[in-house]
Design a protein around this ligand. Structure first.
Ligand code: NOJ
Length: 548
């Protein structure tokens, strides 16, 4: 099994299953549900961070990289989890948040206490001569990217929340610490690693103001040193295991940079997450807006990344959903009228593309955004900051709420819906985040009579059975079609045509004549006959295979 024919399941531990009744998911809850995870046929499970953390950014503010958050379990639970998954042939992928530490981390605390060694772990800078902040960069969660460094008069850099201080990777000691963390987990049997926002570790050695009117992200993203640092980390840690699987989360990146990060010849990472396809419902590139998604743009981006990464011998991590994104089914389709067709169509797009598919928990049962009604239903710091700043810029409470409702990360963080009960079978206590539609959408019903879960299982199995899916070349098809996203995969004597209708109405498409003789590999509607013109039903997905 290589990463190319693997499928990876993502678990947000805080929301998967609570075994203690405190309303927070935990490792024991995951262990208890391994048979379900194994039944999907996935090869790895990526876990969002479950390390000690003040939870200012839900675990992405880590105060100790080498322990388990007591709210989530113990190291013994962790070892048991690794062994139990292993017994099903499933590997563990841990989230390495090495661009920043929590300000509660010992390194930051010792820096604050005046230890020069640890001050050099972070970006601590004096104000500019005119008293302004060291640079004009803004935090990705809103507000300036600099906060006062204790009482010193200096500032420290935080590209995210003030509780997340950026580490200075120019410092070789920081790079050695990063390798040490990865090696700690390798020694506990972990061979999969996801690196959080890893393309911002290579900031320039001098931190400079972004020229007026330009995007400050350019000042610190995909810097020239990122490649060298990744190579060094690879050599000092995961690259020592033949079977390691690595994925880097790349923020505001480019195809060229990502082909570089994942080209095997460069010895950096196996694959990359990029996000441009999830920005096609941003107005003028701005997330906190409310606008229908642009299908032409979505097709363009998916195609550009498929072609570009193929040409650069890179590899995409394929995904619609994760813990940072509202559910794709709400953004791009019609879960009200066509939930089953929408979920299965979206799955088809991703699973048959060139790359490694990631399934975010709940996606495989067609979970949707919750029907929250007030801002107090949300927990995420980002949602509250966005709400406040939308109100400040003159939106009414209703408008601000509507925008947050459509874009909040908590949309994906609601508990896994196991059954139709009061807490969706997630906890015996009060869940940290409320479920709203478990009566209609839950694992028990899907297992009994659903159509989404079996469809995911088939797609996952197909990647292992059909080399055209795991290894085939990607070719665009019908790029100008206004309703259908289509592509062809080719490998050896096999050709696969994938057709997906993104609209809630029928759509016609001409197919190449030889495919009329093909066989249907998978489809989310009942059997059909193949003709040179195919009339696709609302949100229909159809994959036609020719094998010579
Ligand atoms: C990306 C993570 O996925 C997100 O949840 C987090 O807030 C930021 N990185 C900062 O660590």
């Amino acid at each position: 099994m290589t990463f190319k024919n693997s499928v990876i399941y993502q678990i947000y531990p805080k929301s998967f299953k609570d075994s203690t009744g405190d309303g927070i998911g935990d490792l024991r809850g995951i262990i208890d549900n391994i048979p379900y995870i194994a039944s999907l046929g996935v090869d790895y499970v990526w876990f969002n961070p479950f390390f000690p953390s003040p939870q200012r950014d839900n675990g992405y503010d880590i105060s100790d990289y080498c322990s388990i958050d007591p709210a989530m379990g113990t190291m013994e639970d962790f070892d048991e989890l690794v062994a139990a998954l292993e017994s099903h042939g499933i590997g563990v992928m841990l989230d390495m948040v090495l661009n920043h530490t929590s300000t509660d981390h010992e390194w930051f605390q010792r820096a604050l206490a005046g230890e020069k060694k640890y001050q050099d772990y972070y970006y601590i800078r004096p104000p500019q001569p005119d008293g302004s902040l060291p640079t004009n960069w803004v935090s990705k969660f809103g507000g300036p990217a600099w906060a006062p460094f204790g009482e010193t008069g200096d500032y420290y850099l935080h590209l995210y929340d003030p509780a997340q201080a950026d580490l200075d990777w120019h410092n070789p000691d920081v790079r050695a610490e990063a390798a040490k963390v990865v090696n700690f987990w390798r020694n506990r049997g972990v061979h999969g690693f996801r690196f959080d926002v890893i393309n911002v570790i290579g900031k320039g050695s001098q931190l400079l103001d972004a020229p007026l009117g330009t995007d400050d992200r350019k000042m610190y993203t995909d810097g020239p040193d990122v490649h060298a640092y990744l190579r060094e980390l690879n050599e000092a840690s995961f690259g020592r295991d033949e079977d390691s699987v690595t994925v880097g989360e790349m923020s505001s990146t480019s195809v060229e940079a990502c082909a570089g990060y994942s080209n095997p010849g460069n010895h950096e990472l196996n694959m990359v997450f990029s996000f441009h396809h999830l920005k096609v419902d941003y107005e003028d590139g701005e997330k906190w807006t409310s606008t229908p998604f642009d299908l032409a743009a979505l097709k363009r981006v998916l195609n550009e990344w498929a072609v570009g990464m193929q040409e650069g011998d890179g590899w995409n991590a394929l995904f619609w959903n994760n813990h940072d994104q509202p559910r794709a089914i709400n953004r791009f389709t019609d879960p009200g009228r066509y939930r089953v067709e929408s979920a299965t169509m979206l799955a088809t797009v991703i699973h048959l593309l060139r790359g490694t598919p990631f399934v975010y928990m709940g996606e495989e049962i067609g979970m949707t955004d919750p029907d929250y009604e007030t801002i107090s239903d949300y927990v995420d710091v980002e949602a509250h900051n966005a709400f406040a700043s939308l109100m400040e810029t003159g939106r009414s409470e209703r408008e601000a709420f509507a925008i947050v409702h459509g874009k909040a990360r908590d949309n994906a963080r609601t508990p896994m819906q196991w059954d139709s009960g009061r807490t969706a079978g997630f906890t015996n206590g009060t869940p940290w985040l409320r479920s709203t539609n478990q009566a209609r959408i839950n694992v028990a019903d899907e297992e009994a009579e659903g159509r989404i879960l079996p469809y995911y299982r088939r797609l996952i199995a197909l990647r292992k059975a059909q080399p055209v899916i795991s290894q085939g070349r990607y070719l665009p098809y019908a790029m100008d079609h206004p309703e259908v996203f289509a592509y062809i995969r080719e490998h050896g004597g096999q050709r696969l045509l994938v057709l997906t209708n993104f609209r809630a109405k029928q759509a016609e498409i001409e197919i190449p004549l030889d495919f009329t003789e093909g066989s249907i590999l998978i489809s989310n509607y009942p059997e059909r006959t193949l003709d040179s013109t195919i009339r696709l039903e609302p949100y229909e997905a159809l994959a036609i295979l020719i094998s010579n």
